[in-house]
Design a protein around this ligand. Structure first.
Ligand SMILES: Nc1ncnc2c1ncn2[C@@H]1O[C@H](COP(=O)(O)OP(=O)(O)O)[C@@H](O)[C@H]1O
Ligand SMILES: [Mg+2]
Length: 322
């Protein structure tokens, strides 16, 4: 019997299914820690094992309002006991705040779109007045394209703010951001597992802003309305993608406790790349992966199982004292 397991912290069963299958294929012992409401007893010690945090920024939209907050508590507890945590408390901070993401990306010389954060309608308008040209709004704590809207001018924003369609971010912070006009409607998402680059996937944005690659989002699911399937595949893995940005991303990830993530960027007309979203809870598109013959969840399972085996060896090497 193994003494250690892989523990997967999450709040969305549907997103974990492909990972379960990947663990089963290689016989990796794992356990799911579904966190929404619950109990954390600080006087207890956590089990020995490898912990993979998949808490999502959009957990509140699945009726798990405090899942991220409680997960923050769990991660602090695990880390204080010296447990190996993939996507640790710092990673969670970034997951639930684009401000935290953008400032941390800037530390590594990674360009982000000009962004102003605002709380309160008057301040949102004032923030937009500082930008020239079209701009978008988005939630600071987002995922699923929450609050992402394109505005051509201030008047359109003012009107929108007066309608029920305006919804503030769950943390109250709206971001006003320079709109990056891509010459072709696509963005690129670079996937990393175990801190290493796995692949880049090109995502067609002609259908809109809500771009969740998970299978469950491909059926017009209310949680991730990717829209009707496009004629061309919406996701396509790029063969042999390479760019100096990848190395910067890797350093950024390592410095922020992130082992597994998908990072999104967009190119403007001049070919400048702007990074605008770090997903520490990443999902993969099954059709695109089948086409390319490369599988993110298998890579995650293999990586976590390697980590677990190392821990298992170390655990068994410790002499048992009376
Ligand atoms: N500054 C921007 N310029 C142009 N398009 C953007 C910009 N920011 C976001 N988008 C579009 O909106 C989508 C969702 O925005 P994103 O920041 O990734 O939010 P979320 O965290 O909710 O996924 C992006 O995938 C992209 O297509
Ligand atoms: Mg995104």
């Amino acid at each position: 019997m193994p003494k250690t397991k892989i523990h997967v912290i999450h709040e969305n069963v549907a997103w974990v299914e492909p990972l379960r299958a990947a663990f089963s294929e290689i016989g990796a012992p794992f356990e799911e820690w579904f966190i929404s409401d619950g109990v954390l007893d600080l006087s207890k010690a956590p089990p020995n094992g490898v912990f993979y945090n998949r808490m999502s920024a959009s957990s509140h939209t699945r009726d798990h309002r405090y899942a991220a907050e409680l997960t923050g508590g769990f991660l602090a507890w695990l880390q204080s006991h010296g447990r190996k945590v993939v996507n640790n408390g710092r990673a969670l901070q970034l997951e639930i705040s684009k401000i935290a993401q953008y400032t941390a990306l800037a530390d590594f010389g990674i360009r982000t779109p000009r962004t102003i954060a605002a709380v309160g309608r008057d301040h949102i308008v004032a923030a937009a007045l500082r930008l020239t040209g079209p701009f978008i709004t988005k939630h600071n704590r987002a995922g699923k394209g929450l609050g992402v809207r394109l505005f051509q001018n201030i008047e359109a924003l003012r009107e929108h703010l007066e309608t029920p369609a305006f919804e503030p971010s769950v943390d109250g912070i709206t971001l006003i951001q320079e709109y990056i006009q891509a010459p072709e409607p696509f963005i690129t998402r670079a996937e990393f597992v175990g801190g290493k680059f796995l692949y880049a996937v090109r995502v067609d944005t002609s259908l809109g802003f809500e771009l969740c690659p998970a299978d469950v989002c491909q059926v017009g699911d209310a949680f991730c309305p990717a829209g009707a399937p496009a004629a061309a595949p919406q996701f396509r893995i790029l063969n042999g993608f390479s760019h100096p940005l990848i190395e910067r991303y890797q350093r950024f990830l390592a410095a922020n406790g992130i082992g597994i993530a998908g990072i999104e960027f967009i190119a403007d007309r001049e070919g400048e790349l702007y990074t605008y979203d770090v997903n520490t809870n990443t999902n993969y598109n099954a059709a695109a992966e089948a086409e390319a013959g490369i599988y993110g969840m298998r890579a995650i399972a293999a990586y976590l199982e390697r980590e677990r085996r190392e821990l298992e060896k170390a655990t068994r090497a410790v002499p048992v004292t009376a």
